[in-house]
Design a protein. Sequence first.
Length: 678
Amino acid sequence: MFQCVFSSSVLQPHSTSCLFKHLFYHSATPASQKQPEPIYSKKTEIQRQTVRAHSVKLFIFSALQVARQLLLQQQQQQQVSGLKSPKRNDKQPALQVPVSVAMMTPQVITPQQMQQILQQQVLSPQQLQVLLQQQQALMLQQQLQEFYKKQQEQLQLQLLQQQHAGKQPKEQQQVATQQLAFQQQLLQMQQLQQQHLLSLQRQGLLTIQPGQPALPLQPLAQGMIPAELQQLWKEVTSAHTAEETTGNNHSSLDLTTTCVSSSAPSKTSLIMNPHASTNGQLSVHTPKRESLSHEEHSHSHPLYGHGVCKWPGCEAVCEDFQSFLKHLNSEHALDDRSTAQCRVQMQVVQQLELQLAKDKERLQAMMTHLHVKSTEPKAAPQPLNLVSSVTLSKSASEASPQSLPHTPTTPTAPITPVTQGPSVITTTSMHTVGPIRRRYSDKYNVPISSADIAQNQEFYKNAEVRPPFTYASLIRQAILESPEKQLTLNEIYNWFTRMFAYFRRNAATWKNAVRHNLSLHKCFVRVENVKGAVWTVDEVEFQKRRPQKISGNPSLIKNMQSSHAYCTPLNAALQASMAENSIPLYTTASMGNPTLGNLASAIREELNGAMEHTNSNESDSSPGRSPMQAVHPVHVKEEPLDPEEAEGPLSLVTTANHSPDFDHDRDYEDEPVNEDME
DNA sequence: CTTACCCTAAACAGCA
DNA sequence: CTGCTGTTTAGGGTAA
């Protein structure tokens, strides 16, 4: 698999030729910000620009081709999966959605329509997913075309400027050219990053085949100390704002804006926001495109802009600021819902911060690459083997009133903790384990939910989101995934930390819960072994609990639809927000299917599994209930440092009730976990 | 309102 | 003594 980390992975692994062009593009980018050549004539510069333009052209073209290819693949995929494809259009890939939808969506479905679709549940989750894919593909295409246009304009402008500058003294001209080139390079990077995000997101949608090997992850802030990150961030942001204010290269920025804004609304309103759907407020939808493009009017209040309440998922229209305040106080008072939404937002921020850190590092690598040619072999491939979720804990804005004393024994910056390293390994091993999973899935007739756990493990492995499974089912899953169908307690612990980022902290809490569950539930049998004691699953006993437990599943359905509870909406909203920001859930490369569609389908399948179980008493592996349903006030207490486990603040989910006061400065480094016990 | 389920917390015992 | 493992109890939340 070839994947250039150079922020333009639109090309990703699909085409070698694309990759070559892609690399050509990179190498053809002007090294002007490097040491200026002694004789740096205008001609040379123009030649370079021409070459670059050509490369960009190639790049765009091939990206478009790839986009088409992907669309075709999707179509095939759909056909395989039995979805009806009404027609196929060569020019414009046909939206393979029910006619009612397709008819009103010649191009991009509006948020309202999305919401409507979702509400009416016209589509199955798979169909929704497909729809989303297509929407994204369409948008990508549009954006790429736009990007191409902008690039051309930009280059023309550049050439003009250079011609004009030719009358100036040579030195001045040289400096100006270099500055321009560098600035544009920076801009391009930003654009490419956006492209990259988008493409990653799309890829996340596309790589849903369980057997598909996961791509290696990016390092998050490998080798970068927070200060550096901050500095970099400053640089980037200042550059960005400078460009925005000058408006000089605004054309290039437009794409970025469009990219975000155009992809935002649809997904947002699609997934997010139980609230709006329940309140029926979505009818008054104002496209986020406006509110995102310029923020001038929203200075007064971060939650108010363009006459719309910007509370996540609200979008209620408020005539003026006063009515907004009224609305804010009435609709978003301090209640459970708001608290939950706040938690969601916190997680979103957390994810975004992570993504930001990651992309900053990528940007730096790119800049480094462009500055110093000698490092170029190292720049791209190096990150591939590394994992990113590390700094999740670091930049995490988790709320923990008492977060201080938890600093692990290794408070240093972004190490690649052992917890992470293995996570990559397990990513691949996960897939090798696939057959095993399938085996017992078949064996226990639980292909759906069990597979869901497994599928979405790619997501939970990296996202610090609480898995919506009970401890019991997770333990069972862990044990069943083991070759011997038995695990020691410590191995179970390791499985938890390995498979779920969420369990890389609060060790004392969840470990206690694990032990508690092991002891409490009859389905877990302790077996004395030569080496010690191992835990096994008594499947019969486990099934016995199911009928009782299953009663909780319809509630989950209800939760999903009415969104009263936080658990599922939390995930969905999180996904939505990630999607909204074109964030590929920050480990997209490695995550098989962290997408809305998959999550939705996973949940749906889980529900189906539950329903099936209700009807036929067939076995099922995962309970429908979510631990998140219990949102307890947590009595924060000092946890002893566990040399083996990551210690951190209590999770956002459990602590958010207390304190919206986020501690951004704390290090949440995970401790190395002794994995290789198996 | 009751019941079942789930979660967290915590006390406690046994063992290395 | 400390830490891990395992058991048990208590209490709170959710949902049928």
